[in-house]
Design a protein around this ligand. Structure first.
Ligand SMILES: [Ca+2]
Length: 400
């Protein structure tokens, strides 16, 4: 099979997203995600302006529970995220999480780590209204209930449409999804094909392929869900997917400018606080945090808002289209961005023309050699039609 991924410097263990089938996929008619010309994409104004308001009083801004109280009893499994203002930004450069690997040619791989994650810069002030959020990632048991109730068929379970893949061998257009398949030995880290494979028959019921099951994993996060799968679940549950700003507001737990969901140190007391990747990526996971691969939800301590796994385990879909220049455009407006909900167009210079949504939080594959997107404020991205074995989601609900 022809190479199944396009490699970009920001295509970390997270942002696995590119088209995996041979041939070139026809641009989806997603309207607002129409491809844009590379030469102008990063400078054109956003078509949908973000409301800018004056900063709220300092005393009303950032601390847990100060700004707004829950409007009523919590919906089952959800916690209240109080309204407030916060500083939305990626982490500073060269922090303790960087153990940057190099490619076979000696080129640094973790460009994001070295640059301070340029797509999460510059920092800017954001205000979001209060909302309810799932305390955990959506589990296999919860997604199973949705499928039983609706008969929903996920993207990975559907046969790819040949019209979307002109030139592809029809024999290869079979249902399946992307699976982490670690090599047995060290490999250059500039070729994601060395550890990702398109596996026929892989889907949320069989996350690693046809022979894998969910037995005993009812409380694990559901994976192999494309964006529309996550959105369909959310609609069924009378919820929605979070905006990127809501997600970061929630992850910060009322704490300002901290590098980690849990505070200032990567491993306070020498202990990992999330399910990430230790050892030598991608071939040797020492599972120092207790897990090589997925962990059940809510195994690690929650943040100040009582949210679990806001770093590591699985990436979580957000509703914003991805653009690397979105923060710059918000910052240029000045003031405080009020409930920002993303640009109107997706654009990723690594893969122009592939519509992508934001993903947040990192996964069990985030390593200090390569990705480190367990760092608070970092951003991921994913092709909307692509699930994988390390991407899941959680939902939110507006106050009523
Ligand atoms: Ca782990």
């Amino acid at each position: 099979m022809k190479s199944v991924f396009t490699v970009g410097t920001s295509l970390c263990c997270a942002a696995l997203s590119a088209l995996f089938l041979p041939g070139c996929r026809v641009q989806e008619s997603t309207g607002s995600a129409a491809p844009v010309a590379t030469s102008v994409a990063l400078t054109q104004p956003l078509a949908r302006p973000i409301k800018v308001v004056q900063p709220v009083k300092k005393a009303e801004t950032t601390h847990v529970g100060v700004v707004s109280r829950p409007p009523g009893p919590a919906p089952k499994g959800m916690v209240w995220i109080p309204a407030g203002q916060f500083w939305m930004s990626g982490p500073p450069q060269n922090n303790e999480s960087c153990r940057c690997a190099t490619s076979a040619k000696g080129k640094p791989i973790c460009a994001g780590l070295l640059s301070g994650f340029t797509d999460a810069q510059p920092g800017h002030a954001v205000y979001v209204d209060g909302f309810w959020m799932d305390a955990t990632e959506v589990t296999n048991a919860q997604f199973s209930a949705f499928v039983r109730a609706t008969g929903y068929v996920t993207v990975a379970e559907r046969k790819p449409d040949p019209a979307q893949f002109p030139g592809a061998d029809p024999a290869l257009l079979v249902p399946g999804s992307i699976v982490f398949t670690p090599p047995k030995t060290a490999v250059p880290l500039d070729n994601v094909n060395a550890w990702w494979s398109y596996v026929p028959g892989a889907n949320w019921r069989h996350p690693s392929g046809p022979h894998s099951t969910l037995k005993g994993k009812e409380n694990f996060p559901v994976v192999q869900v494309a964006y529309e799968d996550a959105a369909a679940y959310a609609k069924w549950a009378d919820k929605r997917l979070p905006t990127e700003a809501e997600w970061e507001r929630a992850a910060r737990g009322g704490q300002e400018r901290e590098p980690y969901v849990w505070g200032k140190q990567l491993k306070p007391g020498g202990r990992w606080q999330c399910n990430a990747f230790q050892g030598e990526f991608p071939y040797h996971d020492t599972a120092e945090d207790g897990y090589a691969g997925l962990a059940p939800v809510a195994h690690f301590a929650p943040n100040h808002y009582h949210l679990y796994d806001m770093a590591g385990n699985v990436w979580e879909w957000c509703s914003d289209w991805y653009r690397p220049d979105y923060y710059a455009q918000l910052a240029a407006q000045g003031g405080v961005a009020h409930n920002p909900h993303g640009p109107t167009q997706s654009y990723d210079p690594d893969e122009p023309g592939v519509p992508k949504r934001v993903q947040r939080g990192g996964s069990f594959l985030c390593s200090d050699q390569y990705c480190a997107r367990y760092l608070l404020g970092t951003r991921g991205k994913g092709a909307v039609d692509t699930g994988s074995s390390h991407v899941g989601f959680r939902c939110v609900r507006a106050a009523r």
